[in-house]
Design a protein around this ligand. Structure first.
Ligand code: ADP
Ligand code: MG
Length: 665
């Protein structure tokens, strides 16, 4: 058989093929047109759509306009006002640079330009087909700026037209593109509407990112945003981001990524950040992320894909790593910068059986409460009742009068105090010198396997499985938090202050508390002494540990050591007793050490009360252990060998080996 002869393709065919690559669907075309309007320094961009942009897509801007004499060639391939030499690509500051968009559109649709510059007396209307003017531009009335109308997209590519039948889907894609550009370019006013209908999206001119996020995505996202801003001199980039904190999660991920102001995608970055969030968000849910990355154009290749949807840059992995690191830091930081309010009541002092609804109206401190963030706790599992004698049975037998513990949180941003106390610095130092590097690696790299119960969990490190005593590990972690966050704690505020005297009496009524009435005095005497000691030390406790005790001897707040973590309040009476009896107030260093130990012990028993978060997530101890406690251990614990000796961690398969593996190094 004879070979087919090779012929050069007709130029229109070449251009149409190329156009099909640049313009894949209406939203691509619109993206190019929006970028042209931004390049032309517009401050207002209005978009009108018919049939998902397949029939009609119009964009009106108030930018520089196009000169009359340029209208001849503006739609030819490779005509641009933006790039002249190849080297210009190194410093490119505009979106466009290839002069391909208008040409491409004119090869696959009917394109009309209506434009007026500041020097022209009137506007001109020009219609194009396959890159060429249909006829000479006609003078007409018009405002300064450019209006581009694209009609019957893919009229000459039937396969593409048939593939894009769903106008709704196309409109959704257009909506996404416009909202992303509107958020990023907050100084520009955007509007989007379907032809003949109400405007569906409008952002004001000179707005800001957060306000535009609120307009487009709602306040549930806007109020949970954390801002991250940093510059990196080593890899020469600036990063700015607005990301939701752990309070917000959604099934549909929202990821806005702009690199050098171009809307792009980076599957790698997306994956890395999603993994960071798995520590904070319920399974299968995602955060809202807006990232703007500005890198030196010299190390960024924007010209890798016809749609410019992908960009390549040097040091991609290192840059992504730096971003990940900052986000991790901020997310954990946002955890400690909160205050929780807990409603706690004592029988006889206040009415325990009061319903949460009543309680809200009767408690003080209301100004600080934000009901939207209300966390409810399940009454049945609350163990503080066991101190309450009579009322306990009433509680469990009368479900209609459930006891509720609403907890509210609010963000409390404050600057960090630098600790200069030698005693604290020495205690920190001794934690650090005892650190076992192998154990540190184990925690830093472990994978959480699962909870066995509130005090035990399994983790994996390389090929080995370890049984961890969560209580003992978190006790060590909290001890370290107490010394490292010293003077910088946020608080868990008890909405109803609790009298220390009553708490001590309760503690002494427990059978496992040893005291000798001959030596120690009566319960009442002990309670009085404890109250006196703690009110005397109140100022010190408040300044250094955020423990709030008022002059009348009421406990008002305890430190918040880890966000979303709640200790079992059943142990509060014993903790308060030990605050006086087990802490050595004579010596400064001893005092901080023993106080931290006692406090860590109290916090290490996790509350087993089920809670429903404001986001509707079920928030129980197992969730907290997996998503709060172990990630914090991973990030923060400075482990020493005592955790092996006291059995806080055991290799499940082979116990003796553990000592060999973690020999002092
Ligand atoms: P590029 O943006 O790569 O230069 P385009 O085909 O998108 O190529 O646009 C070609 C040229 O048309 C641009 O360089 C610019 O001079 C002009 N132009 C396009 N859209 C507008 C607009 N909205 N306002 C002013 N000039 C425009
Ligand atoms: Mg362009």
């Amino acid at each position: 058989m004879e070979p087919a002869c090779i012929r050069k393709l007709d130029e229109v065919v070449i251009n149409r093929i190329a156009a099909g690559e640049v313009i894949q669907r209406p939203s691509n075309a619109l993206k190019e047109l929006i970028e042209n309007s931004i390049d032309a320094k517009s401050t207002n961009i209005a978009i009108t759509i018919k049939s998902g942009g397949l029939k009609y897509l119009q964009i009106q801007d108030n930018g520089t306009g196009i000169r009359r004499e340029d209208l001849e060639i503006v739609c030819e391939r490779f005509t641009t006002s933006k790039l002249q030499t190849f080297e210009d690509l190194n410093t490119i500051a505009t979106y466009g640079f290839r002069g391909e968009a208008l040409s491409s559109i004119s090869h696959v649709a009917h394109l009309t330009i209506l434009t007026k510059t500041c020097n022209d007396k009137c506007a001109y209307r020009a219609q194009y087909i396959d890159g060429k003017l249909k006829e000479a531009p006609k003078p007409c009335a018009g405002n300064q700026g450019t209006q581009i109308t694209v009609e019957d997209l893919f009229y000459n590519i039937s396969t593409r037209r048939n593939a894009l039948k769903n106008a709704n889907d196309e409109y959704q894609k257009i909506f996404q593109v416009v909202s992303k550009y509107a958020i990023h370019n907050a100084n520009i006013g955007f509007s989007l509407k379907k032809f003949g209908e109400k405007t569906e999206l409008r952002t004001p001119i000179k707005s800001n990112h957060i306000d535009n996020i609120r307009i487009i995505h709602g306040n549930s996202i806007a109020k949970e945003l954390i801002e991250i801003k940093f510059s990196d001199t080593k890899y020469e980039f600036d990063f700015h981001a607005l990301i939701t904190n752990a309070n917000y999660s959604t099934k549909k991920p929202v990821f806005l990524l702009f690199i050098n102001h171009r809307l792009v995608d980076s599957p790698l970055l997306r994956k890395v950040i999603d993994r960071v969030y798995t520590a904070y968000l319920p399974k299968g849910t995602h955060p809202f992320l807006y990232f703007s990355l500005e890198i030196n154009p010299k190390i960024c290749d924007v010209n890798v894909h016809p749609t410019k949807h992908e960009v390549h840059f040097l040091h991609e992995e290192q840059i992504i790593d730096r971003i990940k690191e900052e986000i991790e830091k901020k997310l954990l930081g946002s955890n400690v910068s909160r205050t929780m309010y807990i409603q706690t009541k004592l029988p006889g002092v206040q009415d325990v059986l009061q319903d949460a609804g009543d309680a809200e109206t009767s408690t003080g401190d209301k100004a600080k409460r934000d009901d939207k963030n209300l966390v409810r706790t399940d009454a049945n599992q609350q163990k503080l009742e066991k101190f309450f004698g009579e009322s306990q049975s009433k509680l469990t037998t009368n479900p209609a009068k459930k006891r509720k513990f609403p907890i509210t949180q609010h963000i409390n941003k404050s600057d960090k105090v630098v600790v200069r106390l030698l005693s604290v610095l020495e205690l920190r130092k001794s934690i650090e010198t005892q650190c076992n590097a192998n154990l540190r690696d184990l925690f830093a790299q472990h994978k959480f396997v699962g909870c066995i119960n509130p005090t035990q969990a399994l983790i994996q490190f390389s090929t080995k499985l370890f049984l961890c005593n969560t209580k003992k590990l978190s006790e060590e972690l909290f001890y370290q938090f107490l010394l490292y966050d010293f003077q910088n704690f946020d608080q868990i505020v008890l909405e109803n202050p609790l009298p220390i005297y009553d708490l001590v009496i309760m503690a002494l009524e427990l059978t496992n508390i040893e005291y000798n009435p001959e030596e120690d005095g009566t319960k009442e005497e002990i309670a009085n002494t404890v109250q006196t000691i703690l009110t005397e030390k109140a100022e010190m406790l408040r300044t250094y540990f955020a423990v709030d005790i008022n002059p009348e001897g009421y406990l008002k707040a305890i430190p918040l050591l880890l966000h979303n973590y709640l200790p079992d309040l059943t142990n509060l009476p014993v903790y308060v007793l030990k605050m006086a009896t087990e802490v050595n107030y004579e010596d400064e260093k001893e005092c901080f050490d023993t106080f931290s130990r006692q406090t860590a012990q109290f916090y290490s028993t996790i509350s087993q009360t089920d809670e429903i978060l404001s986001t509707g997530e079920n928030f129980n101890w197992a969730w907290v252990v997996e998503h709060i406690v172990y990630p914090a251990l991973k990030k923060y614990i400075i482990p020493n060998e005592s955790i092996i000796i006291n059995g806080a961690i055991l290799q499940v398969a082979n116990l003796p080996d553990l000592y060999k593996v973690f020999e002092r190094c």
